[in-house]
Design a protein. Structure first.
Length: 248
């Protein structure tokens, strides 16, 4: 299997995000707005080109925007709602910066409170022994690890969530597959557009509290969500409002 095909398959089935070794990177220039192409400094200080996000992926649900926030969390908190597929950075004055995210089965296994204890630019990734054992055809060629870069499933940046001193194995990170944002794929942690992951990385200090909502909390605060044929979610109340204003 060619490496590019292997990486694409890996992006869809990544079931856990193992802690990679440390690397030192320095961000450089951004162009063409938030979701435009960027040039960043990679793990060995080599320049990495980050493609612009295609306009087709930048719908209202996925695009970063400042919104009213009615949750109980304090300013500075990161709130992840894997069921509504949103991540909020809570701000002052009842507002938050909202980001669209991609989720997977592993992204729904953790709920509750955690703390960001580690941040990594262009993280490397190594499959666990269990991954290699259960899916050797997919993970076997990568048993030695995959260095950070645009083909790495963790994307441009990663934030690592801990409960006390215990690594939850839950990550907030970039992605090699921007078409997945706003959707639920087969596996993975919480994924952002690489551009969003980079900017959030710069804004969030170590020690930042994180709240991951349960399904019940999501419904109470966001309302029921309905999945559309294209894989995106729509709030049930928005569909009802739209239907009410349709001409008869």
């Amino acid at each position: 299997m060619r490496l590019a095909s292997l990486m694409l398959a890996l992006g869809f089935v990544l079931a856990a995000c193992a802690a990679p070794p440390e690397a030192t990177t320095t961000p450089t220039t951004t162009t063409q707005g938030i979701y435009g192409a960027r040039i960043d400094s990679g793990p060995n200080s080599e320049p990495i080109d980050i493609p612009a996000v295609r306009p087709a992926y930048l719908n209202e649900q996925n695009t970063r925007q400042r919104v009213a926030y009615n949750g109980p969390e304090r300013p500075g908190t990161i709130v992840v709602d894997p069921y509504a597929r949103f991540l909020y950075h809570v701000l002052e004055n009842g507002e938050a910066m909202r980001f669209g995210v991609a989720v997977g089965q592993a992204g729904k296994n953790f709920a509750g409170s955690a703390t960001i204890r580690r941040k990594q630019a262009w993280p490397s990734w190594t499959p666990t022994a269990n991954m290699v054992r259960t899916q050797p055809e997919l993970y076997g060629p990568l048993r030695g690890g995959l260095k950070g870069g645009v083909d790495n499933p963790l994307g441009s940046r990663a934030l690592y969530l801990y409960k006390g001193s215990r690594d939850t194995m839950y990550r907030i990170h970039g992605t090699m597959d921007p078409s997945s944002i706003g959707k639920a794929t087969s596996a993975g942690c919480i994924r952002l557009f690489n551009q969003d992951a980079m900017d959030l990385f710069e804004e969030i200090p170590l020690g930042t509290p994180v709240k991951v909502r349960t399904r019940a909390e999501s419904i109470a605060l966001e309302g029921p969500m309905i999945q559309q044929p294209n894989g995106y979610l729509v709030r049930e109340r928005d569909l009802q409002t739209a239907a009410a204003v349709q001409p008869q």
